[in-house]
Design a protein around this ligand. Sequence first.
Ligand code: NAD
Length: 284
Amino acid sequence: MTAKIIDGKAVAAEIRAEITVEVKAIKEKTGKTPGLAVVLVGDDPASKIYVGNKEKQAKEAGFNSYNIILPQEISEAELLEKIDSLNKNPDIHGMIVQLPLPKHIKESAVINAVDPKKDADGFHIENVGKLNTGQDGLVPCTPLGCMILLKKNLGDISGKNALVIGRSNIVGKPMAALLLRESATVTIAHSKTKNLPELCKTADIIIAAIGKPNFVKAEWIKPGAALIDVGINRVDSKLCGDIDFATTSKVAGFITPVPGGVGPMTIACLLGNTLKAFRKSLNI
Ligand code: NAD
């Protein structure tokens, strides 16, 4: 079997095109423009590239984009003050603070300082609670992107065995919550899980968010399974995922490549979340 390659780049482009049309229509009707603020602390080169991509795509979709670059040494209190001013700024409808933050700043304090209505990353405890109790809120972008790809390719996933590998707050846990919301039978594996190959063997869907290059092997895969690879790893200056694409793609039914799979969906969903927050602010 040769797996169907899920083209996340193409799906993300479609989503951004739809968002662009909607932004234009709202602008014509109300004169208002959605605003996305991206806060970056320090000058980590990879984060800078990522923030630059977000700005470019936000502008292309017709958003006002505000990049706020703050020094590495900024105090937690000063950062919280900055977030408070963005919370109060009516031109900003969506906001994210690029993670990770420097060690002297408490991540949870910063995440929960963002107005939940503007929380385009969906990391605020209020949005986490909404996701886990089936209420409408802002959902973390990467898992949301994975779910869109899954539903587009598999249709109804209710009753399917879904295995999430990784339990981070930004990917693994919200991914599991989204799969549960779609009535999949969900298992979460992590670094202490003992029987990962056997768990993989029973999975119709595997979402890998580990951060270890080519970790998931072809021998573990149930023939025809859908493999969603969130991992971004650099090996010999080339990008690869957490799933061994070359071998698993011969067993699986569906697979996302790295790059060009989940990655582009994350920014598309960030714009989607900001548009959702913008619409809510206008009561439309
Ligand atoms: P993290 O380091 O916070 O979490 C990694 C998870 O993997 C942990 O929960 C850990 O328990 C689990 N793990 C580690 N070793 C394991 C093992 N041997 N077996 C099973 N589980 C194991 O990472 P994260 O922030 O969730 O990100 C995971 C990967 O996804 C990284 O490569 C990251 O760069 C990538 N990522 C990509 C996007 C995107 O837009 N495509 C977004 C976020 C993260």
